[in-house]
Design a protein around this ligand. Structure first.
Ligand SMILES: C[S@@+](CC[C@H](N)C(=O)[O-])C[C@H]1O[C@@H](n2cnc3c(N)ncnc32)[C@H](O)[C@@H]1O
Length: 471
């Protein structure tokens, strides 16, 4: 290959999607990462970064179309940081997600021979999310055309409620409609934006850490239709009445909103959570159904965002467990207890451990409303409490579902000592899953690898791996 340098233009054939979302082209083994490209395209691109083993390039023009390209249905596609792959046909997205699991297990864990089952697609490719978080901004992102106009946009038009611009985490653009949530949720989003803009109270700005409106979170239970609206603002007592007025308006316009929560956050970090919360109406929780079980979800608790996909995921955990009713099961990183509760009728007992106290309260409540009596839970950081928990008795099967970073090494070490017959690892990050797998395969062999697509049009994927203790 001829020598390449930053700023140079080159024609590339795009041959794959990489883990994390970028497209990849290769010339004589040298790798080019492209932000917006579809496998099968030939593109003209400009090199933006050149390293020893790879380069990054920006697509300037599509020279030849790809058969895998489709028209993205979302008007915000390309700008929005949410969906990176809406212009790639769904079967092709699935193909590459499955290959990312194989690659991670091969490269990171050295388990290249693992058999990966065909990926299970999301039951719905659009409107599958039961939770969306939107950010307010006092200085919305301006499109290049708006930016180049001589007349600056009127100040009131700079108020935004939306999502982050692709690659620009401090810039928010206004969203009218998101095709990952329902039309009702979209109407609520537009109403909240218009009402807040006219409220006379400013949106929060991360530059000066001033302003009032911070985040809007909409949760919608897929099976019951119940909706929870969560408004997060900075703490200005005299402005509380603004939220109450907005809440009353939303309550009268949308009977689907069964509860509305207002949280105050004066933290500088941009996290849609509050230091204190008050419920303006309803119980502060909505109810979702998975299988024939009921789950209460509060404003701050974790719940799988694709409800119909979560059912398939939990069914798979139940199948891979091959339970006969005699098992003591640990449900680690259990959140609101949903996996443990889902399998509770098939096992002797479930013991769940979770960091967030409120989630554990929800887990206990979820047992109560489902008349489940064989589950117990402990709140605590797993790395600190797992050893002591293991003194109380050993599990036959352990289910783990850690956050993106994976399990803490101390947790993996204790699992190896406790030596359950099976470990069923649920993960939303194939890289950390592979790292944990590399440690577990000292004493376990991989029984099954089942990837799921719970997040169509994004590079994210979920995976369940069953580890069987070597005899
Ligand atoms: C991916 S969620 C899984 C939740 C649950 N299994 C489900 O399906 O709904 C990960 C959970 O791990 C919890 N968590 C994070 N760090 C933890 C830690 N160090 N110790 C215990 N739990 C933790 C989070 O609060 C979150 O509820």
């Amino acid at each position: 290959m001829e020598k390449i340098a930053k700023g140079q233009e080159t024609e590339l054939y795009v041959d794959k999607l990489a883990f994390g979302g970028m497209a990849v082209a290769r010339v004589d083994g040298f790798v080019f990462f492209l932000d917006r490209a579809v496998p099968g395209q030939i593109v003209r691109a400009r090199i933006t970064k050149k390293k020893k083993n790879y380069a990054e390039a920006r697509v300037l023009e599509v020279v030849s179309e790809s058969p895998h390209q489709v028209k993205a249905p979302c008007p915000h596609f390309g700008i929005c940081g949410g969906c990176h792959w809406q212009d790639i046909s769904y079967p092709v997205q699935l193909h590459w997600k499955k290959s990312h699991v194989l690659e991670s297990l091969g490269h990171i864990a050295g388990i290249g021979e693992a058999e990966v089952l065909p990926i299970i697609a999301s039951p719905e490719p659009f409107r599958y999310r039961n939770k969306m978080e939107f950010t307010f901004s006092a200085r919305r992102w301006l499109s290049p055309e708006e930016f180049s106009r001589e007349e600056p946009p009127p100040a009131e038009s700079l108020f935004a409620l939306g999502l982050h611009v692709r690659g620009l985490f401090d810039k928010v653009f206004t969203i009218d409609s998101c095709c990952l949530q329902s039309e009702t949720a979209n109407a609520i989003l537009r109403d909240v934006r218009d009402w807040a803009r006219n409220s006379g109270l400013p949106a929060y700005t991360i530059r000066s850490h001033e302003g009032f409106w911070r985040f809007l979170v909409i949760r919608e239970a897929r099976r019951t239709g119940e909706m929870l609206v969560h408004l997060i603002t900075s703490g200005t007592p005299k402005a509380d009445s603004a939220v109450e007025d907005l809440g009353a308006r939303l309550g009268s316009l949308y009977p689907q909103i069964t509860t509305l929560v207002h949280s105050i956050s004066d933290k500088k970090s941009q996290v849609a959570a509050g230091d204190s919360s008050r419920v303006l109406f309803g119980t502060g929780r909505i109810e979702e159904r998975l299988g024939d079980l009921r789950f209460r979800i509060s404003s701050h608790s974790f719940f799988q965002t694709n409800s119909l996909g979560a059912e398939m995921l939990y069914d798979t955990v139940a199948e891979l467990g091959e339970f006969d009713g005699s098992e003591k099961v640990w449900d680690l990183y259990c959140g609101t207890g949903s996996i443990g509760i889902y399998i509770a009728s098939r096992v002797k007992e479930v013991f769940g451990i979770e960091l967030i106290e409120d989630a554990v309260e929800d887990a206990r409540e979820n047992c109560r409303i489902n008349s489940i009596r064989n589950c117990s839970f402990l709140a605590g950081d797993l790395k600190d409490v797992i050893r002591e928990a293991s003194q109380e008795g050993r599990p036959d099967v352990v289910i783990t579902d850690p956050p993106r970073a994976g399990m803490h090494p101390k947790v993996v070490k204790t699992l190896l000592e406790v030596a359950p017959r099976k470990i069923i690892a649920v993960s939303c990050n194939p890289a950390s899953l592979a790292r944990d797998a590399a440690l577990l395969t000292e004493a376990y062999e991989i029984g099954a690898v089942q990837p799921f697509d719970l997040f169509p049009h994004t590079p994210h994927l979920e995976c369940v791996v069953r580890f069987d203790r070597k005899e």
